[in-house]
Design a protein around this ligand. Structure first.
Ligand SMILES: NC(=O)c1ccc[n+]([C@@H]2O[C@H](COP(=O)([O-])OP(=O)(O)OC[C@H]3O[C@@H](n4cnc5c(N)ncnc54)[C@H](O)[C@@H]3O)[C@@H](O)[C@H]2O)c1
Length: 265
């Protein structure tokens, strides 16, 4: 361990995982803790946040688990207040929550569109709005928002609400980066590509009638590196952007995709 975020407080939204194994949020929370941060692990599922807390504590780290729906303003405000109340500060806001949905414009219902935007986009506005006053007081803070390569490319199937929502996340982050650049606060986005996490099996397995192996093989073929990334690849990128090593980096989009977005094949 090199203690790259020693003594920082990391507030991780969506710190659990939707199924067994390592999701992006769970891995990021554990990685921050391994590198010396105290972690406030937030999830809509109490049990998922508690699992992450147990993993961190088992390794000797410090973590508080907290149940919150990040699409609800009052819950987000209470969550941020609790983090500041218990840990005294917020150095890193890591926004991992993001639902996935397939379908084109004619497939997605208005209610589905609104729900996805509430959970994937409005949540990041709410969490940033709640954390920024504390970061301004500290004159220090790093926001890491998890987007997706679907924000910049058609990924081979329609996922119109997801793609548009992630594009909104990118511009939200760029705007915050500029607005707060003189106040010691940085905001960056990570664009994961094909990452093998429980979320992928949960949502995309259905597209392949539950044949997860077939899905994995089809998707693997379009990756120039010919293998999937995993949650630790996304966590490593987040750690860098959240750490002082990235002190001159703000408003950036870090693509973590094994070369997918560079390839036309
Ligand atoms: N896995 C991939 O291939 C991939 C690719 C690109 C981007 N991403 C992005 O990564 C992020 C998710 O990754 P993951 O592997 O951690 O997913 P995950 O679904 O396993 O974990 C996210 C956690 O968020 C929680 N959550 C869901 N709704 C919530 C809400 N309203 N409030 C609070 N918590 C909530 C879930 O309970 C879950 O524990 C998303 O932003 C997704 O768009 C993933």
């Amino acid at each position: 361990m090199s203690q790259r975020v020693k003594d920082k407080v990391a507030l991780v939204m969506g710190a659990g995982s939707i199924g067994p194994g390592w999701g992006n949020g769970k891995a990021a929370a554990v990685r921050y803790a391994r590198e010396g941060a105290r972690v406030f692990a937030v999830d809509i599922q109490e049990s998922a946040a508690q699992e992450t807390r147990q993993l961190i504590e088992a390794e000797g780290g410090q973590c508080i688990a907290f149940q919150t729906d990040v699409s609800q303003a009052a819950e987000v405000d209470a969550c941020v207040a609790s983090c500041v109340g218990q840990f005294g500060r917020i150095d890193i806001l890591h926004n991992n929550v993001g639902l996935f949905a397939t379908g084109g414009v004619e497939d997605v219902t208005e209610a589905e569109w609104d729900h996805l935007f509430a959970v994937n986009v409005k949540s990041m506005y709410l969490t940033c709005k709640a954390c920024l006053p504390q970061m301004v007081r500290q004159r220090r803070g790093a926001i890491v928002n998890i987007s997706a390569i679907a924000a910049m490319r058609h990924v081979g199937y329609s996922c119109i609400s997801y793609a548009a929502g992630k594009a909104a996340v990118n511009q939200l982050t760029r705007s915050i980066a500029v607005d707060y650049a003189q106040r010691g606060i940085r905001a960056n986005t990570i664009l994961p590509g094909l990452i093998h996490t429980p979320l992928v099996e949960h949502f995309l397995g259905e597209e392949y009638a539950g044949d997860v192996q077939k899905m994995i093989e089809r998707r693997r073929q379009i990756i120039p590196m010919k293998h999937f990334g995993d949650a630790w690849d996304v966590a490593a990128a987040a750690l860098f952007l959240a750490s002082d090593e990235a002190r001159y980096i703000t408003g950036a989009e870090l693509v973590v995709d094994g070369g997918v977005t560079c390839s036309v094949a």
